[in-house]
Design a protein around this ligand. Structure first.
Ligand code: MTE
Ligand code: MO
Length: 372
């Protein structure tokens, strides 16, 4: 059993698949803290968790022509300036279960919890790449990452991002060795993972073994044959993965974490809570909440770290205390967020349905019963 050596997990996690391990925190725990505690940070593994010995670990950086290749121990990595940044990670499949209700999709049944936030620390990728002689050239280039996890044929998890993002100090791409002040937990990439702020989870390669600069995107299955969006009319007979770009920056997203669908609340004051986040460093500027199915809207209060212009890498937790009249029998609660490019979420799922169930970011809706 290649999974026999997987770590022990927190019992509060909601498991979507045991082998490989995929799990999300329950909604009420997800927004209890702005920073997600490590033990309940959502976990998305495609393969068994490798057991990496930190003493013999080496990160291989392929050098530029005329530059030098590097083989970095953890101590070598610690010698680069330590950079810290708060980043929200979201899986492209977050909220896939809502898409599945419209029409069947292929993939894990994520609810609203395939998203979490941590304070990451490590070396900046731009510093390490520049030591290996890499500069921005004139041709299109990509930085390819390979994990130390592999399938039975020996194929490793891999992904890539554009070189321009990797070399941009403002993009704050990290080779992270700390998560919330602790060494990375095994499930989240011990001892080193890539953190790419504002970008889909799939590119943030865990158990990082190798970094290289190539003229093409990574040839990994997860870069080329997965994690792409398509029109609702594309099916498994007609899909051509070469025609769609790989997902990088994610669209505006928000969801309600309290109350939960089907719950019973008391009339009077009800507290509605959730998260909102946008990709590419775009700040969340507003979250609109309705308790009457979208007839009227109220603005939620946003909480969280300052949203730096173009570098708003982390989510906002939002809250609204709404007045519920005593004669009300039920509430249809909706949330929708707006980012600083005035991108909004689509109101329904069907027009953004896609066969892989990615990029599910329609207005989030919960129905609750009211007792007085
Ligand atoms: N890196 C490796 N090596 N193997 C993986 O399976 N999964 C990716 C990414 N990095 C993965 C990986 C995906 S799809 C996501 S969403 C994030 O890791 C999840 O990171 P987390 O498990 O720390 O939340
Ligand atoms: Mo993912």
């Amino acid at each position: 059993d290649p999974y026999a050596d997987d770590p022990i997990r927190h019992p509060a996690l909601r498991i979507n698949s045991q082998r490989p391990f995929n799990a999300e925190p329950p909604p009420e725990l997800l927004t209890e803290n702005y920073i997600t505690p490590n033990p309940i940070f959502f976990t998305r593994n495609h393969l068994p968790v490798p057991n990496v010995d930190p003493d013999t670990y080496r990160l291989h950086i392929v050098g530029a022509p005329g530059g030098q290749s590097l083989s970095l121990s953890l101590d070598d990595l610690y010698k680069f300036p330590k950079h810290e940044v708060t980043v929200t990670l979201q899986c492209a499949g977050n909220r896939r279960s809502e898409m599945n209700k419209v029409k069947e999709v292929k993939g894990l049944e994520w609810r609203t919890g395939a998203i979490s936030t941590a304070r990451w620390a490590g070396a900046r990728l731009c510093d390490v790449l520049s030591q290996a002689g890499h500069r921005l050239g004139e041709t299109e280039a990509h930085v390819c990452f390979e994990g130390l996890d592999s399938d039975p044929t020996g194929t490793a998890y891999g992904a890539s991002i554009p070189l321009a993002r990797a070399l941009d100090p403002e993009a704050e791409v990290l080779l992270a060795y700390e998560m919330n002040g602790q060494p990375l937990p095994r499930d989240h990439g011990f001892p080193v993972r890539v953190v790419v702020p504002g970008v889909v989870g799939a590119r943030q390669v865990k158990w990082l073994g190798k970094v290289s600069v190539e003229s093409e995107e990574s040839y990994s299955h997860w870069q080329r044959r997965d994690y792409k969006g398509f029109s609702p009319s594309v099916d498994w007979d007609t899909v051509d993965f070469d025609l769609a770009p790989s997902i990088q920056e994610l669209p505006i997203q928000s969801a309600i974490t309290e109350p939960q669908d089907g719950a019973t609340v008391e009339s009077g004051e009800v507290t509605i809570k959730g998260y909102a986040w946008s990709g590419g460093g775009r700040a969340v500027i507003r979250v609109d909440v309705s308790i009457d199915g979208g007839l009227t809207w109220q603005e939620a209060e946003l909480q969280g770290e300052e949203q730096r212009p173009r570098k708003a890498w982390a989510w906002q937790i939002w809250q609204l205390k709404a007045q519920v009249p005593a004669d009300q029998k039920e509430l249809n609660i909706i949330c929708k967020a707006v980012d600083d490019s005035y991108n909004v979420q689509p109101d329904t799922v069907a027009p953004i349905w896609n066969l892989r169930g990615v990029l599910s970011n329609a207005w989030h809706r919960v129905h609750v019963h009211v007792i007085s």
